[in-house]
Design a protein around this ligand. Sequence first.
Ligand SMILES: CCCCCC/C=C\CC(=O)SCCNC(=O)CCNC(=O)[C@H](O)C(C)(C)COP(=O)(O)OP(=O)(O)OC[C@H]1O[C@@H](n2cnc3c(N)ncnc32)[C@H](O)[C@@H]1OP(=O)(O)O
Length: 292
Amino acid sequence: MAVVYRSWKALTQNAILTRSVSNSLRLYSQKPPAPVVPLVNVEVDDKSGVAVVTLNRPPVNSLNTPLLTELGAAIKNLEDNKSRGMILTSSSDTVFSAGLDILEMYNTPKDQLSAFWTTLQSTWLSLYRSSFPTVAAINGHSPAGGCLLALSCEYRVMVGPKFSIGLNETQLGIVAPPWFVICMRDVIGHRQTELALTTGRLFSAPEALKIGLIDSMVSNKAEAMAEAQKFITQFAKIPPLARKLTKESVRGEGIRYMEDNMIDDLQIFMDLVTQPKIQKGLEMYLATLKKK
Ligand SMILES: CCCCCC/C=C\CC(=O)SCCNC(=O)CCNC(=O)[C@H](O)C(C)(C)COP(=O)(O)OP(=O)(O)OC[C@H]1O[C@@H](n2cnc3c(N)ncnc32)[C@H](O)[C@@H]1OP(=O)(O)O
């Protein structure tokens, strides 16, 4: 970064010497390029070996291709290093994740659309089948894709009561794919999933606790982190291979669905999302978000 800044400075100084005064003033007012900030921060606690993975894409951690790519790489790195556990949280005080970045699906060239969805598929699969224990410390709103990330972890502790969580896709006129459905059904059961998905309901934290969509409600992030650590600590004495194989067995349906249907799932997404009616719906939804 220092190098980039120095060469920017040299460039402007050179230019200031050789151009007219008005041009110089214009250049002088230019800012150096913004530093490259990671979209996902990973901090591993020396003592416990537990990694805190923090989504860091202000303002709302909407999931675009770069963020999903960084998250996937972070999970792979933890896997390669035989991590003791992972806590997924957000750098925002009010939003865990606003779900998929709608701008990635609206008016997007087909190759980008396809890259977006395949990145989502692979990052989701790495999270869902990770060998290490995973906890979502949900410290803000968590609609749609944000809820999917939380559901893919093994335990959910949420700051309440004012934040909401759920798969609200039908309210947007889009359809949650089968692997979203499996994730939710495995956590809250068939009946509640049908009700939640067909209405596209967002649950307040107390409501989510009542139906088992979250495991615990706390009053602030510090409490959420402490409880997440506690959940992971209980696995310290469980043989990791037995734990991993058991998790894969319990989650077999979702894992197999993705492994066997990646290409079809992509095709269905592409066919659906590029329909003019869906594009119009996304455009209108974006407009309502901007008008707020
Ligand atoms: C059709 C094929 C099948 C597709 C299957 C797709 C499956 C999953 C779909 C999704 O995940 S779609 C995303 C659904 N997400 C939502 O409905 C949430 C929308 N956002 C909100 O409700 C709120 O932003 C919030 C999360 C409750 C936070 O509220 P807050 O007041 O803090 O912030 P805002 O002022 O609303 O937003 C700030 C800024 O961010 C923009 N934005 C918000 N969410 C998204 C998003 N998901 N994608 C892109 N952009 C988003 C919002 O427009 C604001 O922009 P500016 O006005 O600042 O430009």
